[in-house]
Design a protein around this ligand. Structure first.
Ligand SMILES: *Cc1c(COP(=O)(O)O)cnc(C)c1O
Length: 365
């Protein structure tokens, strides 16, 4: 079965129901590809119709996981153009991920040109509906068909895109989270701080356990003591201390075992713009529970490119559970969420080179 692709018949159609666009299902018509070989380095990148890539059964990327990816989004701007959020920063993180797995780094300008070409050609079906965005998925994998235990000599870069929506409801539903006390998402000195192919699958079992405990998401703790809160699998965490103008937002420090999110970084800037102090601070599970009981912590939320800012309502830890604030989305969470979507959609001033504007391709489809 191949993935559904939004055909040209859909272009200019009536704005679809945001709920129709589940994450990672509705791909656009094109992709950008580029190969790398040890002899010649990077070959030219080009835009072509989206389709299957051939694969030798001995392909290194599949066997040994020498593969890295990124996730960034394009949004319809207030003036009708399309803007890609922090593309340059995603290009740099893509290089950092590649370096860690001894892979060739895609030059920043090639990454940005791929973004421009794919968005210019395929952002057409992106309607003005603020619930929708175009998610870009760059991927780099070892394509050499040889199973020696050494970095491959051939690689393939591909960038695909899909329409996604549903995450930006005006009043987001808080999620319930389940604390994983025994497994680890990442190890010290390992690959927890990059986006590599092994990022998510090791968390699926925990996700199933969370679901059977009635929770939507897993909270990962530090891998050494299993005591300090780190992140939520595909999203970083923030905690709000206090309220009103005296609120302070804190997030776990970059220990090397959490992924330094670009949304996380963006929220430091936006918190300052809203007059709130922010910083990095360790928080133990007991500390979290006690601070919720005493009222010191008033809100908690997760953040990432895919789902933006998502409030956390309740926490389950073994046989104990507690509510954060009144269990609903808090005012600081909602204000930061609006500040972020306003910048992403060109409704608020760009803090500095965050929005890469792309104009639609002149060619007719
Ligand atoms: C991608 C990712 C995030 C969020 O990063 P953003 O740059 O904000 O999208 C957080 N945690 C993990 C494990 C991730 O893979």
């Amino acid at each position: 079965m191949s993935a559904p692709v939004l055909g040209s018949a859909e272009r200019g159609a009536v704005a679809p129901e945001p709920a129709r666009y589940a994450f990672g299902e509705f791909f656009t018509e094109h992709m950008v590809t580029a190969a790398w070989t040890r002899e010649e380095g990077w070959h030219p990148a080009y835009l072509r119709p989206r389709g299957s890539l051939s694969m030798d059964p001995a392909m290194v990327g599949l066997h040994y996981g020498q593969a890295v990816f990124e996730g960034l989004k394009a949004y319809r701007q207030a003036d009708g153009a399309t803007g890609v959020f922090r593309a340059h920063d995603h290009a740099e993180r893509f290089q950092r991920s590649a370096r860690r797995l001894a892979m060739p780094e895609l030059p920043t300008d090639t990454f940005l040109r791929a973004v421009d070409e794919l968005v210019a050609s395929d952002a057409g079906p992106l309607p003005d509906d603020p619930a929708l965005s175009l998610y870009l998925r760059p991927l780099l994998y070892a394509s050499e068909p040889l199973l020696a235990l050494r970095p491959a000599h051939q690689y393939q870069f591909v960038m695909i895109a899909f329409l996604t929506g549903g995450f930006f409801a005006d009043r987001p539903d808080p999620v319930s989270v389940w604390i994983n006390r025994d497994q680890s998402r990442a190890a010290p000195g390992g690959t927890g701080d990059i986006k590599c192919a092994g990022n998510y699958a090791p968390g699926y079992l925990a996700q199933q356990r969370a679901a059977s405990a009635g929770c939507q998401q897993v909270i990962w703790l530090d891998p050494v003591e299993h005591n300090h809160v780190e992140e939520m699998g595909g999203m970083n965490l923030f905690f709000v201390h206090g309220s009103g103008s005296r609120a302070r937002i804190v997030t776990p420090p970059r220990t090397g075992t959490l992924l330094p999110g670009i949304t996380r970084d963006s929220l430091f800037t936006l918190a300052a713009r809203l007059g709130w102090r922010s910083g990095e601070e360790r928080l133990s599970v007991d500390g979290w529970r006690e601070a919720c009981r005493s009222g010191a912590i008033t809100e908690a939320f997760a953040c990432g490119t895919a789902a933006g800012v998502t409030p956390i309502g309740t926490v389950h830890d073994g046989t104990t559970s507690w509510r954060i604030g009144d269990g609903g989305p808090g005012p600081v969470t909602l204000a930061l969420r609006s500040a972020l979507t306003d910048v992403q959609r060109g409704r608020a001033a760009d803090p500095g080179g965050w929005i890469r504007r792309v104009t639609a391709a002149a060619r007719a489809h």
